[in-house]
Design a protein. Structure first.
Length: 255
């Protein structure tokens, strides 16, 4: 007769909700303002300040039929955004073709964001982690939707736009830092107002967290913008492109 071994039940391990770490966020912001291309500092700030924002956004996603379908499928949007042959096959004037033109003109890619975030974020097998990746991967798609370039002012405006869209305090912290630095700009333009306009547009825009981007990429860009209530960023557009580059002067990293 075979002796039965006792079964030891595994105790479920609760996932700790992150606490805000203001010193880490402040140090990362100083480094980011000294070098706007230090994308890894953005992820450090998000980890330090966003708290349970991604949890809350994922819960919001589940409150609609369409959002529930996206969550059930859990498809990685980065797969589509990295497929440049497919993007190139889309109609002229479509969101997908505009996105392709944006990443090629600026020599950036969804893979680049993934690689940088991996320096800070740990891989977690959880639906909320999937939603966090999804938000990360559409950053440059939001550049196209919102009509902001990758210049210093465009990045600051998109950060402000992202705050009400994601509920992540880290975005607001970066936007506030950019607004303060814009006061040091050598040229006089409505930089602060442009960043505030980004925040207002983010609030007015339909929530982009539940968007089926795979279905939208082949559609006309202007029709997609109209669908979500995205009016042009008039203050940002009123500032000459060459003046947008110096909107957020580099800050010293010295204490």
């Amino acid at each position: 007769m075979t002796a039965e071994l006792p079964i030891t039940a595994l105790k479920p391990q609760p996932i700790p909700r992150p606490r805000r770490d203001w010193p880490a966020a402040y140090a990362a912001l100083r480094r980011l303002l000294a070098n706007k291309d230090a994308t890894e500092e953005v992820f450090t700030i998000m980890q330090a300040l966003n708290g349970d924002a991604t949890w809350r956004a994922y819960s919001r996603l589940l409150t609609t039929v369409e959002g529930g379908r996206l969550a059930f499928r859990r498809e990685e949007i980065a797969t589509l955004l990295c497929d440049r042959a497919w993007l190139r096959s889309l109609p002229d004037g479509s969101l997908g073709r505009a996105y392709l033109a944006h990443v090629e003109a600026n020599n950036i890619s969804a893979e680049g964001l993934i690689e940088v975030s991996a320096q800070v974020m740990r891989g977690v097998e959880h639906p909320v982690a999937w939603f966090g990746r999804r938000t990360r991967d559409v950053h440059d798609l939001w550049h196209v939707l919102a009509g902001y370039g990758t210049d210093g002012l465009g990045e600051a405006c998109l950060v402000a736009f992202s705050w009400p869209q994601t509920g992540g305090l880290g975005w607001g912290f970066i936007a506030a830092g950019a607004m303060v630095r814009s006061l040091k700009a050598t040229e006089r333009h409505p930089y602060k107002r442009a960043i505030m306009e980004g925040w207002r547009r983010g609030r007015a825009c339909q929530w982009l967290g539940a968007v089926d981007y795979a279905a939208l990429l082949p559609q006309p860009l202007e029709a997609v913008r109209a669908q979500f209530g995205l009016v042009p960023p008039r203050i940002y557009q009123s500032i000459p492109p060459e003046a947008r580059l110096g909107a957020v002067p580099k800050a010293s990293t010295a204490p």
